[in-house]
Design a protein around this ligand. Sequence first.
Ligand SMILES: [Cu+2]
Length: 456
Amino acid sequence: MYSRRGFLGTAALVGASAVSGRVQAASIPEAPSMDKAVMAPPLHPTSGPDYRPVVTLNGWSLPWRMNGDWKEFHLVAEPVVREFAPGMKANLWGYNGQAPGPTIEAVEGDRVRVFVTNKLPEYTSVHWHGMVVPSGMDGVGGLNQPHIPPGKTFVYEFELRKSGSFMYHPHSDEMVQMAMGMMGMVVVHPRDPAFRLVDRDFVFIMSSYLIDPGTYLPKVNEMTDFNMWTWNSRVYPGIDPLAVRLGDKVRIRVGNLSMTNHPIHLHGHSFNVTCTDGGWIPGSAQYPEATTDVAVGAIKAFDFVADNPGDWAFHCHKSHHTMNAMGHDMRNMIGVSRADLAKAVGKLAPDAMVMGSTGMAMGNMEMPAPDNTLPMMTGAGQFGPIEMGGMFTVMKIREGLAHDDYRDPGDYQFPQGSVAYEVETPTDAPARHETPATSTPPAKAKDSKPMKGMKM
Ligand SMILES: [Cu+2]
C-alpha cells in the first residue's frame, strides 16, 4: 500500500554521529506515500521501544527509521486528491499523498526528528498541538520559526516528554491550509507498555468542508455553513466500520479541527474519557458517558470494554452532521400538500420533484444528483435504508475476531427473537391526530396579557 518515494535520490542511513542534532540534506529519509483512503493494518514497531500500535480510520501510520538515537520521519506537504466516499473526490492539501496526513506514532522518551518538505504553492509550517516541545520547535510561522517556503525542507527535533494523544497542523495561512485538509494525529505511547494498555486503539480527526455539488475544491473562507462533515476526510458510507472482538478493551481517540464542536455518541455501551490533548485523566476523575463533546481544537480519547455483541451506530449527535451535501439549504415541507405543490411547481419547472411533505425518509429511492456529490442520506443495512451520511459509522462487535483483524465482519447475525418486532395495531384506540371537538380554540393575541416584567 505504501509507495516508497526516494527523496533527492537518497535514503542513506547515517551512523550514531547524528545525535547532536543538525543534519545534512544527504541524510533526509525517504517519504512514504499513500494512494488509498483505506485503513492500513497496525504498524508494529520493528525498532526502538515496544508498544501496541493504533489504527487510523481510512488512514495509516507513517513509517520511520532510527538514526542513532533519533526516530526520523518525513512529512511532505502537498496537493492531494481525497475520496470522501465512492462517488465523490475533493482536491485538498495534505501530507504524503492523503488528507489528513498519516498518524505519527512514537514513544514517551523518544527523540524525534521530523523532516517537513513543502510542495505546496505557498509557505507552510507544522505545529505540534498539545505536545510539550521547545519554543523554537512549536511551529507558529513568524513567531517560532520562519515559514517554510515552497520547495524547501525544514527539520523539527524534540524529545517526547509525555505520552498521550496529540495533533499536527500548519500554523501558516492557517485558515486556508486547515480548510484545505492539512492535519493529522500524533500518538505518543507510554514508555511502560502496560500503562492503560488496550486491545484495539482507533484514531481519527474531524474536519468540515463546503464543496458545492459538482465541484472539487473546498470554499476556504466559509465559517459556519459547511456541507461535508468528515471523519478523517471521509463521510458515511465511506467511513471504515470499527471491527472489534467481543470482550476487547477498546480506545477511540478523536481529534477536532473543524469549526464547531461534535458530541460523539456510541450506542450499546458507556465509556470513560481517559485522555485529552492535555494528557491522561486519573482514574479518580473519570466518569461514565455515552456521548462526549469534542470541542474545537481538542482531543478526547475514551476507553470501554466491548461486552455487548452486535452492530452499533457510532456518530456525531448533531443530526445535521450525519447528512451529506444534498441535505443543505432545504425547506421543511412537512404538512404541505404534495399534490397542490406539485401542480404549482410543475407549471414553472416541469421536471421538479416535490418531496418532504411527510418527512424526508426516502426509503430505497435516491434522487439523481450532479456529478461529484453524495446523496443527503444513504447506506443500506440488513433491514433497509440507514439514511445517514457525514459523521456516522458502525462498530461491529463479534466473537472470535483474530488479533489485528480489522476487516469488515459483515452484518450481525441477530439471535432468534432478539430484534424489535411487529404486532397488530389496536383498532379500538382513537386516532391521536384528530382534534377533539370539545377542545378550546387558542386564545387570540389581543386577549393575551403581557407577562410580568416583560416589556411590550
Ligand atoms: Cu458534529
